[in-house]
Design a protein around this ligand. Structure first.
Ligand code: EPU
Length: 427
């Protein structure tokens, strides 16, 4: 598949303060949905058509992994993927793919239920901490799989998985997705209690149903899956759910620049706790037929925020929230409840003059009137986007290095912000 974003694209973004922002921004499809939809095509022979696909590097990485497994990806036009599965699959996910993208773990459930065997490299940690897969493994073991771990590789086998009653101690996104995918072709019925409820999981379940799977309770914390014969699932068409984190990024940019933005295709019902927090901070937000309209007129008010599994405020919004609080009018306390640590970008914000103290999984953010531009680094996708927003709130010039991280999850962040009045250039 051709690279969506040129590999030669410059790796820095230069931002200067600007505002007010005005105009329309269209939110593309969600990275954390489309990668799972792509992995799920392993389950059904035939041709799958995905639309509203974001132009991001992680899609290319997932397409490369699936090509090695035996699923072909074509990009017939921008925003569309055509994926063809002829049923000739090699159930191996080697290190060189798995270390590039966390979502490669999403091939585990589909391959195991389809091929009865998977060899996959252990996914590593992330910049924001360890990311174990014990919940994926325990759930699949309850369905009859056997695992061996050696030399950084996982070898999983199961002649045919069987249904099980699984109660998660914590609603893991990835484990919910893997178990649902494994259950759709398992023998009998699987119930998952305390399942993660993220809109991207509902999107995956809807796609699976389009392929012929039987799933009840979509969008709830209790999913019931009745297995169908392996090989009976077929090609399907699906439109990827819009990206709530990208939508939040444009809202955060508005929050620091002031102005009025129409955020087309945003789904306010998928981000209601975050929108309530933004309103409490002083933004005006209205749901519309097309998405939402937001206005910001003055310096935002500080507030306290904690991250939680959906429908709570997602951890992926947190770097944006801390950036907003850095220039808000008082003190806000942010508590991280999903990852043991996800504060590395705080050092970068401090370089820009933010007053932030972290202790354990808390950050105390004392707003300053203005940040002060400096060179900073994007440590991961979300932290990188937050640096862009911080640059919009900083006097002088902010240069963000490591932009390839942003390209993994953002579809033309620079172009979209520039089109609504931001002083931003990639060079
Ligand atoms: N966890 C375990 N054991 C497991 C699985 C998870 O202890 O078997 C722990 C993790 O270590 C973490 C917490 O549970 O502390 C949440 O993990 P979860 O499984 O819910 O997350 P994930 O599936 O690994 C997805 C997103 C992340 C997002 C989280 C939480 C993808 C590809 N990734 O990860 O997105 O932060 O859910 O909402 O969907 C990003 O897009 O930048 C990103 C990191």
């Amino acid at each position: 598949m051709p690279e969506p974003t040129s590999p030669a694209a410059p790796d820095q973004i230069v931002v200067r303060p600007a505002g007010p922002l005005t105009g329309r921004v269209v939110v593309p499809g969600a990275k954390n949905s489309v990668l799972k939809l792509m992995a799920a095509t392993i389950l059904g022979d035939g041709t799958h058509e995905l639309s509203n696909v974001p132009d991001i590097v992680d899609v290319t990485i997932m397409a490369d992994l699936l090509a090695d497994i035996g699923v072909r990806t074509e990009r017939p036009e921008p925003g569309r993927l055509r994926m063809t599965n002829d049923g000739d699959l090699t159930p191996v996910a080697p290190y060189e793919h798995v270390e590039r993208i966390r979502a490669s773990i999403n091939v585990l459930g589909p391959l195991l239920t389809r091929c009865g065997r998977v060899q996959i490299s252990m996914p590593g940690g992330d910049d924001f901490g360890a990311r174990p897969i014990d919940l994926h493994v325990a759930g699949l073991e309850a369905m009859g799989a056997e695992f061996k771990f050696a030399h950084g590789e996982v070898d999983a086998r199961a002649d045919r998985l069987h249904g099980a009653h699984i109660t998660f101690p914590f609603p893991s996104v990835g484990a919910t997705e893997n178990l649902v995918c494994a259950a759709v072709c398992a023998e009998g019925e699987t119930t998952i209690e305390n399942a993660a409820m993220e809109p991207e999981i509902a999107d995956l379940c809807t796609f699976l149903v389009g392929m012929g799977a039987q799933i009840e309770g979509i969008g709830s914390s209790r999913l019931r899956v009745v297995g169908v014969a392996s090989g009976s699932l077929h090609g399907a068409e699906h439109r990827t759910v819009p990206d709530r984190v990208q939508a939040a990024t444009y809202l955060a940019a508005l929050g620091v620049c002031t102005g009025r933005l129409e955020i087309v295709d945003a789904r306010p019902e998928h981000m209601s706790n975050l929108l309530d927090a933004f309103v409490e901070m002083g933004m005006h937000i209205e749901a519309t037929k097309e998405g939402l309209v937001a206005r910001a007129t003055t310096r935002l008010r500080s507030t306290d925020i904690q991250t939680l599994p959906y429908p709570g405020i997602a951890t992926d919004y947190k770097p944006l929230i801390i950036t907003l609080l850095s220039v808000a009018n008082s003190v806000g306390i942010v508590t991280e409840n999903i990852y043991p640590g996800r504060f590395r970008y705080v050092e970068e914000l401090q370089r820009l003059g933010a007053d932030i103290r972290t202790a354990g999984h808390h950050a105390v953010v004392r707003g300053v009137p203005r940040l002060s531009g400096a060179p900073v680094r994007a440590h991961d996708i979300r932290a990188g986007a937050a640096m862009v927003v911080a640059g919009l709130a900083a006097e002088g010039v902010t240069t963000i290095h490591g932009v390839h991280h942003i390209d993994r999850g953002y579809d033309d962040l620079c172009g979209r912000l520039h089109a609504v009045g931001a002083d931003i250039v990639r060079c």
